[in-house]
Each structure stands twice: as C-alpha cells, then as structure tokens.
Ligand binder design. Structure first.
Ligand code: HEM
Length: 130
C-alpha cells in the first residue's frame, strides 16, 4: 500500500500543495508589511528570517512538518509579541495584509481560505497587548 500517493489530502498543508503555497502566501503578506507605515518599523530591516519563521510556523499549524518547533521550540506567540505594540490599529492592519495575501494566492479552495481567515483573526485577537 502506497500511502504517500493517496489522492485524498489529509491536511490543509497537503491540500494546498505543501510548503511552496505557504512561501507564496508569506511573500505576499510581507509585500503588504513593507508598505505599512505602522507595522514596517516593528520588523527587522532584513525580512528574510521573519519570513522563514512565518512560513515554518504557518505550515506547521496547518499540518505540515514541525519545522518551526524543531528550530525554535514552543511558539509562545503572546510572549514573542510582547515587545511590540499590538494595539487595535496594528491588529487591523496585520489582518488586512494577511487577508489580501490569502485572497491573492492560487491553490487554496474557498473553504480553506475562509478557515485561514478565521484562524488568523482568532490568533490576532489573542495577541493584542495594548
Ligand atoms: C496582531 C497583529 C500582529 C502584529 C503587529 C505582529 C507583529 C510581529 C512582529 C513585529 C514580529 C517580530 C518580527 C520577527 O522577528 O519576525 C512578529 C513575529 C512573529 N509573528 Fe506576529 N504579529 C501579529 C500577529 C501574528 C499572528 C496572528 C500570528 C500567527 C497566527 C503571528 C505569528 C508570528 C510568528 C510565528 C512570529 C515569529 C516569532 C519568532 O519565532 O520569533 N503574528 N510578529
């Protein structure tokens, strides 16, 4: 029995085509961040590591390999965001860029896109700290 060639994806990660989907998603998301006067200054000048962290984290969340935890341990996202002023305006701006990135990607069904938007909205609410 060849489980790996099963035509039925068992995770969102597989259903969208694996890591390359999340690389495109996060590239698009950071295109938005780069133009954002409120959020851009919170991120390091070189965004390469920020992108890698997000690709690994989001891929892992949606059922991909545990790339984020293997490198960085428990995500502890609230703690990792504590140094940054995540207020209502930041939450809204961040979600606007993520929703635009999700909308612009190819490869995810409408149902998966809706699930991603719901998840990010829930997670962003949880990270507001001011
Ligand atoms: C609510 C608005 C948010 C703001 C303003 C924000 C801002 C930031 C900033 C400034 C960083 C540090 C830059 C870096 O080292 O990459 C960061 C890191 C990160 N954020 Fe957010 N973020 C928000 C929401 C979220 C959400 C909803 C998620 C996931 C669902 C998320 C996941 C991450 C991850 C995985 C990292 C890397 C943490 C690490 O390993 O150091 N963020 N965020």
């Amino acid at each position: 029995m060849e489980i790996r060639s099963s035509p039925i994806p068992s995770t969102v990660y597989e259903a969208v085509g694996g890591r390359s989907y999340f690389e495109r998603l996060i590239d698009l998301f950071y295109d938005g961040i780069e133009t954002d006067e409120l959020l851009r200054p919170m991120y390091p000048e070189d965004l390469a590591e920020s992108k890698l962290n997000m690709v690994d984290f989001v891929g892992q969340y949606w059922g991909g390999p545990t790339a984020y935890s293997d490198r960085k341990g428990h995500p502890r996202l609230r703690m990792r965001h504590a140094p940054f002023p995540v207020d209502e305006a930041a939450r809204k701006a961040w979600l606007t860029h993520m929703a635009a990135a999700i909308e612009a990607t190819q490869g995810a069904s409408d149902e998966i896109k809706a699930a991603m938007n719901d998840y990010f909205a829930m997670a962003a609410n949880h990270l507001v700290n001011r």
